[in-house]
Write a protein that binds this ligand. Structure first.
Ligand code: SF4
Length: 200
């Protein structure tokens, strides 16, 4: 890891900007930033925010969503977690917590505003951006659009960018309603992942 990127990841891991905000959630937790990148990465996984399980383990996508995402990318765990090739940069580096009804809170916008431009500048070798969910798509693609429309328009972003639905169990109904995603988008995505990882 270059000095700049190492320092940046270290500063993110030490960040406690949202401490008060997280203490006020139903989970009442402390920040635990999960910064998983280094400058040689070729693929960017731009996600939403760690969930409770990732907050506990400190390993991104270390859950059922991660298993589905790895299947979508046709990557084994070892390749997926190789920071020399794959950077995992969620729109918030910490678990945002739950609200009083037990629902997931959104990623705090201050995380994106504080860190993301610097992180992207530290990753000059990215050749494929995988945008997981609406928050990441808004940051990387600009103006808001419905998620289904974003994903359906994948050909206008490929092969550098692939907008995806979130791979959580909540997307299971969406996947059934939109069979073109598995039939058309995933083969193109897998081919691009393979190409980016094997090209010199
Ligand atoms: S979510 Fe981002 S800004 Fe907030 S404490 Fe974690 S790293 Fe810092």
């Amino acid at each position: 890891m270059s000095d700049d990127a190492a320092l940046l990841a270290e500063r993110i891991r030490a960040c406690r900007i949202c401490a008060e905000r997280f203490r006020a959630t139903a989970t009442g937790h402390e920040p635990r930033p999960v910064a998983w990148f280094r400058p040689g990465a070729r693929i960017l996984i731009a996600g939403q925010a760690p969930g409770a399980r990732v907050h506990a383990s400190g390993v991104p996508f270390d859950d059922a969503s991660g298993a589905r995402l790895r299947d979508w990318l046709a990557l084994e765990r070892e390749a997926f977690y190789d920071t020399a090739r794959v950077a995992i940069v969620p729109m918030a580096f910490c678990f945002p917590g739950y609200d009083a009804r037990g629902a997931d809170l959104p990623p705090p916008p201050i995380c994106r505003a504080t860190w993301h431009d610097a992180v992207m500048a530290a990753l000059p070798g990215i050749r494929l951006r995988v945008l997981v969910g609406a928050h990441a798509q808004h940051y990387h693609l600009g103006a808001r659009a419905p998620l289904t429309q974003r994903v359906a328009e994948w050909r206008s972003h490929a092969p550098e960018i692939f907008p995806l639905p979130h791979p959580s169990w909540r997307s299971t109904g969406w996947l059934k309603r939109n069979p073109w995603f598995e039939a058309e988008v995933l083969p193109a995505l897998r081919a691009r992942v393979k190409e980016v990882l094997t090209d010199d």
